[in-house]
Ligand binder design. Structure first.
Ligand code: DSN
Length: 422
């Protein structure tokens, strides 16, 4: 960063500090990952300077030869990777992708059925705080009180009651697989579109580690920076007959120019997703989550749904008399980044958040396996037990640093498993 150090030393120092934080702390945020260095190169490339509007060969500015090549590559690779009939790689984010889908086939006021946020859904799935709830009439399905899993009979009953024009499947905090076939069947019975938001699990789907929603859905949205291990930004996959309406809803419907460097990073992520290394990382991500869930359960923590099938482990720390916020703060002091999260029973007690959501994508990307998960269980337990003891938290932080030093992300000659995608 020699130019930045000259032009803005203050900002350069902040970025250096962030590099240090990434190397020396453990990232268990389910919505993050460590992208390969090549992704960072693409994001910082000259492609960032190009202004484009429209689609390849139908632009509103000159000089788009390379931009067209980039977008075409990203679209073709997305379609091939996920077996989709159509892909739009322009959305700025997962929320932008979701909004584009809504506006492509719904009219304002139309009814939509989605998973409720405190049960695992996402803000953009019609939560009261999201503009989506002001444009469309969302109803929400919960998870079953006892199993904490989706009850498809309840989804069907709610669909019968509300007669939605669209059903949304997919979640931000749901550690179990979703039965897309069943969701598609309910949607078909209601003559509704099915949209699946697979933002969290896209990498697992791309690697074939879990089932793909693509064959069952009208639209599938996702982001590239979680399990996909790429840069930021959203993507929509759709059936061919919906392609024109979708594309118009993205541009000019809801976006102007889309960053070409970010589309290029998407193209790169889709290429890397076809490698053996990517498959190994995704496979390890799930194995690590299952080891983490089992270890925490053995240590006396209640795990939401009793375990996990994906990269997420949701821990009910409330049962131990700890709030989600206290747990998040203690873990951060100990060098472990995670986030507080509502758990299904919190829905009955508004304002209370008694869960912590852990994700294993980033740890697997830096080469950590099940052996390390056993060490991480002990570190988490120690940090939560010692949440009011700064000296103990300091000792845990130094053990976390030691563990992270064994698995460098971007530094050193052995740096990061991902430097060597095969
Ligand atoms: N959707 C948010 C999350 O799951 O944390 C951000 O990606």
């Amino acid at each position: 960063m020699e130019y930045l150090a000259r032009d803005d030393p203050e900002l350069a120092r902040i970025i250096c500090a962030e590099e240090n934080r990434i190397e020396s702390t453990l990232d268990l945020i389910a919505a993050e990952n460590h992208p390969p260095p090549s992704v960072l190169e693409v994001l910082g490339s000259v492609l960032t300077t190009k202004t484009i509007e429209g689609y390849p060969h139908r632009r509103f500015h000159a000089g788009c030869i390379q931009a067209d090549a980039v977008e075409t590559l990203a679209v073709e690779r997305a379609q091939a990777l996920f077996g989709a009939e159509h892909a739009n790689v322009q959305p700025h984010s997962g929320t932008a992708a979701n909004f584009a889908v809504y506006f492509s086939v719904l009219d304002p006021g139309d009814r939509v059925l989605a998973m409720s946020l405190p049960h695992g859904g996402h803000l953009s799935h019609g939560h009261a705080a999201s503009i989506s709830s002001r444009c469309f009439a969302f109803a929400h399905y919960p998870v079953d009180e006892k199993t904490e899993r989706i009850d498809y009979d309840t989804v069907r009953e709610l669909a019968e009651r509300h007669r939605p024009k669209m059903i949304v499947a997919g979640a931000s905090a749901y550690p179990r697989l979703i039965d897309y076939e069943r969701m598609a069947q309910i949607a078909r019975e209601m003559n509704a579109y099915l949209m699946v938001d697979m933002a969290h699990i896209a990498g697992l789907v791309a690697a074939g580690v879990i089932q793909s929603p693509v064959p069952f859905s009208d639209f599938v949205t996702f982001t590239c920076y979680k399990t996909m291990m790429g840069g930021r930004g959203g993507v929509v996959l759709s059936r061919k007959p919906l392609a024109d309406r979708l594309d118009r809803a993205v541009f000019p419907g809801s976006q102007g120019t889309s960053p070409v460097n970010v589309m290029a990073a998407k193209a790169l992520a889709f290429r890397l997703a076809g490698t053996k290394t990517f498959f190994r990382i995704q496979h390890q991500t799930v194995a690590n989550a299952q080891r983490l869930a089992a270890g925490l359960s053995d240590a006396g923590y209640r795990i939401v749904t009793g375990g996990t099938d994906n990269h997420q482990v949701i821990v009910d720390v409330g049962e131990k008399g700890i709030t989600g916020a206290e747990a998040e703060a203690a873990l951060e002091t100990a060098g472990i980044a995670a986030n507080r999260n509502a758990i299904p029973s919190d829905a009955a007690r508004p304002g209370s958040v008694s869960g912590v959501r852990l994700g294993t994508g980033a740890a697997a990307s830096r080469g950590m396996g099940e052996k390390e998960m056993a060490r991480i269980v002990a570190l988490i337990h120690s940090a939560l037990e010692g949440r009011n003891d700064p000296a103990r938290l300091g000792r845990v932080a130094s053990q976390v640093r030691g563990l992270c030093d064994e698995f460098p992300v971007y530094r050193g000659s052995e740096a990061c498993l991902m430097a060597a995608f095969d």
